[in-house]
Design a protein around this ligand. Structure first.
Ligand code: NAI
Length: 457
């Protein structure tokens, strides 16, 4: 099938590459010329395991191309995926300006029937606004071209995006019940048929329910994280081990093991903005989502937990102290720094007068770019950051190590070397990578999240 992807970011590029891999003829559009140049020169603008190979293979086979040519992109695809960003507006609601601009561009140039797919995460009711934008543009041209707007939210996880797209646990598609909707449903059925070969993974529903499903999923996941973080903070006080508690409750199939990890808060491009946007949607209808208010508040507090533990341990005196940070990306296997907890910790340490050496396996360049923006009002703080060349290099002469991202490379360090390099063997572990008992045996002062069981013995 002929497919156009509008917005060649994380979601758009993965969607385009994977659909090309299945034999479709894919046109990826972006307004960012530099991204398109990177792709046309054989590179990829993001770090995502397995993606570079798929893009290269399908480019060579002529199944995927990258361009900024809007008219050509509209002409190409019978199915037009909108996969542009939906960042939070000032009031927390999803800013739809990129989605609606993409819709208008389709309306400006389309001639025959188009299925317009909202792949971006968009609030309930957006498909109606996309339809209205298309209709307005068609009216300007007095065109009678026909279309149907479909909701097909994406559930991939950065760091495992290709695998998630190729082996989805579910595909959610919302179509309306008009004749155009039926036509769109049939085309989407054909497009997604390879994913449903062994068993049906598609959940067909109305458009609004599909739009809602994406927010419900992210809000539920964020809730589990904040819930466990809240319990972990209590565990720290009462002398229980949140990891033991996690196993104890996760074995109940009604609860399950996934997403029960306490830590130093969630970040990324999705959970923070999607929780906010859902709260905002509720407010538009005069409702106040109390649980989600708390989820957000707990997360904001949790992002400060490492900084607070460090301040407490060093009697609020960080001037002249030096710290190592392992992990800057908001989670492993990505270079994405959006809303990363490392940014909060770094800010707290630097603004308290400490110096910091940071290390991340892939996001060093992105981190540098982001920190320059974070500290644009205090450029002198940038001089207090050293970008280390390896995890061990980051440790030299540090008063403590703080771990923010659970990269595999950090899970079994050479503890002898770690102790030798640190000024004193102190670890603040924001992802609970290590066993406090083992740390105790190694002579390492260990501060996890919800794991102060040893100090209560
Ligand atoms: P992104 O920021 O990585 O990519 C968006 C791309 O769209 C950018 O390259 C931008 O230049 C381009 N763009 C903006 N306006 C355009 C236009 N009018 N025409 C063509 N290109 C345009 O964003 P990302 O992370 O891919 O997210 C896209 C959407 O997917 C968001 O709604 C997000 O919430 C959702 N989503 C993101 C996931 C993730 O893990 N990143 C997972 C699931 C959904």
């Amino acid at each position: 099938m002929k497919i156009t992807i509008i917005g060649t970011g994380y979601v758009g590029l993965v969607t385009g590459a994977c659909l090309a891999e299945l034999g479709n003829d894919v046109f990826c559009l972006d307004v960012d010329q530099s991204k398109i140049d990177i792709l046309n020169n054989g590179g990829i603008p993001i770090h995502e395991p397995g993606l570079e190979e798929i893009v290269a293979r399908n480019r060579a086979a002529g199944r995927i191309r990258f361009s900024t040519d809007i008219e050509a992109s509209v002409t190409h695809g019978d199915v037009q995926f909108i996969a542009v960003g939906t960042p939070p507006d000032e009031d927390g609601s999803a800013d739809l300006k990129y989605v609606l601009a993409a819709a208008r561009n389709i309306g400006k140039y389309m001639t025959g029937f188009k299925v317009v797919v909202d792949k971006s995460t968009v609030p309930v009711g957006t498909a109606d606004r996309v339809s209205a934008a298309l209709r307005e543009e068609l009216a300007v041209r007095q065109s009678h071209a026909d279309f149907s707007v479909v909701s097909n939210p994406e559930f991939l996880k950065e760091g495992a995006a290709v695998e998630d797209f190729m082996r989805p646990d579910r595909i959610v598609i919302g179509c309306d019940s008009s004749a155009q909707g039926d036509k769109a449903r049939n085309m989407m059925k054909k497009l997604y048929a390879p994913f449903n070969r062994n068993h049906e993974r598609t959940f067909w529903m109305d458009v609004r329910s599909a739009e809602f499903t994406k927010y419900a999923a992210n809000a539920m996941l964020a809730t589990r994280i904040s819930f466990m973080n809240e319990l972990a903070n209590l565990a720290d006080h009462v002398g229980a081990d949140i990891e033991a508690v996690r196993h104890g409750i996760g074995s109940d199939p009604r609860i399950g093991h996934s997403f029960l990890y306490a830590g130093c808060g969630y970040g990324g491009s999705c959970f923070p903005k999607d929780v906010q946007a859902l709260e905002r949607t509720a407010q538009d209808y005069g409702l106040n989502l109390l649980i989600l208010n708390a989820v957000e508040a707990v997360n904001a507090r949790q992002k400060q937990i490492l900084g607070n533990k460090i301040l407490k341990r060093f009697d609020n005196k960080l001037v002249g102290k030096h710290f190592a940070i392992w992990g800057l990306a908001f989670k492993p296997n990505t270079d994405d720094m959006r809303a990363a907890s490392s940014r909060v910790l770094l800010g707290e340490l630097l603004r308290s007068g400490a110096t910091v050496a940071v290390y991340d396996p892939v996001s060093m360049a992105e981190a540098r770019r982001v920190f320059e923006l974070d500290f644009y009002d205090a450029p002198e703080l940038l001089d207090a950051i050293r970008y280390a060349s390896s995890p061990m290099d980051a440790l030299d002469q540090a008063d403590a190590l703080a771990i923010v991202t659970e990269w595999k490379a950090f899970r079994s360090p050479d503890f002898d070397q770690l102790k030798a390099r640190l000024k004193q063997p102190v670890i603040f572990d924001g992802r609970n990578l290590f066993d406090p008992t083992v740390m105790n045996e190694l002579g390492i002062e260990y501060h996890g999240i919800g794991r102060s069981v040893l100090t209560h013995k």
